[in-house]
Design a protein around this ligand. Sequence first.
Ligand code: ADP
Ligand code: TRP
Length: 317
Amino acid sequence: MRILTGIQPSGKLHWGNYFGAMKSMFDLQNKGENFMFIANFHAMTTVRDGAALREATKEVALDYLACGLDPAKTVMYRQSDVPEVQELAWYLSCLTPMGLLERCHSYKDKMAHGFEATHGLFAYPVLMAADILIMNSDLVPVGKDQKQHLEVTRDLAQKFNNAYGEIFTLPDAYIPETVATIPGTDGQKMSKSYHNTIELFDPSVKKKVMSIVTDSQPMEAKKEPDGNSIYELYKLFATPDEVAEMAAAFRAGGYGYGTAKKALLAAYHRLFDPFKARRDELVKDPDMLEDILRDGARRARERAAVQMDKVRKAVGL
Ligand code: ADP
Ligand code: TRP
């Protein structure tokens, strides 16, 4: 089985990215042939600062390595190091109905957030389909918001196969239900567009955890934990026994939100402090990071070449 995922280097990664996207990729690391790429072409739809893009690309690579990506098991590469994806995106573009892209939520959402309606933003799902299909991927771990893009990918693979013969596998999204939507500090979906994120290695993590919005029930009140952001976030970090203990404490009454926030902070540190220590080591050796990315690019291109050979023949080149 071939497993592939990508993430845009368009800002610092946050808890939503970790539990919604990164962790499922790490969990699948022993299950097949793995690819993870940093979608720097995609990030150009919103990032217009070259130096910032270059820096964010490295930061994402460091975050993945620090949190659990093993380069011996997963091929990690920069999207731009496999330029053939742009070529494949063109072939797919020629088969993509405008209406299919017009229906995409993420494009409409970006418009609603005031982004300029560029061709890049509009054609984004076609490039994403190329990323996936060029590796002939079977499984794509992503967050729930990417589900529609996977449907577009399957659609385009099918259209291509109908026109030119069975070349592409139809990939499946991998979206574990438990981590479908991670809440941010204000209770809505954690997202950098909503300014409610807690970053992976946030220097102000304590302040942000303490600022998570709660209702104003007094400490003595018996409280329902389900749907409460602190409890929902705690579930991601804590063991099942610890989660059951917090739920019981809320329901019994006499357990305040401040105490729950402290428990969440401690559980965060337990998981992330070792990642931080590893990251601090990795930062000291920029050559090693570059070597990993170059080696990843070489292996990814080798795989892409197999697919592109078939594709070029099929389309008549
Ligand atoms: P953001 O919303 O902060 O811009 P992205 O859209 O770049 O984040 O998301 C990158 C990946 O992380 C995607 O696979 C997405 O589904 C996942 N992800 C982001 N935020 C969340 C969240 N709050 N809950 C679950 N998954 C998330
Ligand atoms: N669209 C994805 C996101 O915003 C990033 C991405 C680009 C991707 N190409 C991909 C994810 C291919 C999985 C597979 O998070």
